[in-house]
Design a protein around this ligand. Structure first.
Ligand SMILES: [Fe+2]
Length: 176
């Protein structure tokens, strides 16, 4: 087990077909993130059904999906997600952006100081993401686009640790 597993986990051997992604043209702004929900028919029919892992996952823990765009020279500063315990992110494109985690940045004795861990996102790969450890995104150049898979279950119903264990112990045993 990697020491980074508590922050994020690359789901190996699962590739998504980006040609099956059809986002709505209308977006809404959430704290500087521009969110484009998926078009449901395409999402259900092609994106999930073409992918063994996503089909398995959606049966166990139903999810929805959106493209999230971030403009250059912007940050999404240190936070824990209000609702989500865990999500799955796929970095689709970026030029110079950084996703960081910190264990102690919200520790009052440390104030705003803390150790940081850089997430080395590989494009087009699925990453389980721990939304309950403080994290931040800095985008220095170009538009940054991620696909974010968000579960219907909130942080009280589905934790990062539980889903990580399920994926490691159950998904790998399924023939695919
Ligand atoms: Fe977040």
């Amino acid at each position: 087990m990697s020491t980074l597993d508590k922050y994020f986990y690359k789901i190996n051997d699962v590739n998504i077909n980006v040609n099956n992604l059809y986002a709505q043209s209308e977006c809404f702004n959430y704290n500087g993130f521009y969110i484009y929900p998926m078009i449901d028919d395409f999402f259900e029919n092609a994106f999930i059904s073409d992918n063994h892992f996503l089909k398995w996952l959606n049966t166990k823990h139903p999810f929805k999906c959106a493209l999230i765009k971030m403009q250059p020279n912007t940050t999404y500063n240190w936070h824990k997600d209000v609702r989500r315990g865990v999500c799955i992110n796929v970095l689709l494109n970026h030029t110079d952006s950084y996703t960081l985690f910190s264990d102690d940045i919200f520790d009052e004795s440390n104030g705003l100081y803390g150790d940081i861990i850089k997430m080395n996102y590989e494009n087009d790969k699925l990453y389980l993401f721990n939304n309950q450890i403080p994290h931040a995104v800095y985008n220095f150049e170009g538009e940054r686009t991620i696909l974010s898979i968000e579960f219907m279950k909130d942080k009280n119903e589905l934790s990062y640790e539980n889903l990580l264990n399920e994926i490691k112990n159950e998904y790998t045993q399924v023939a695919h």
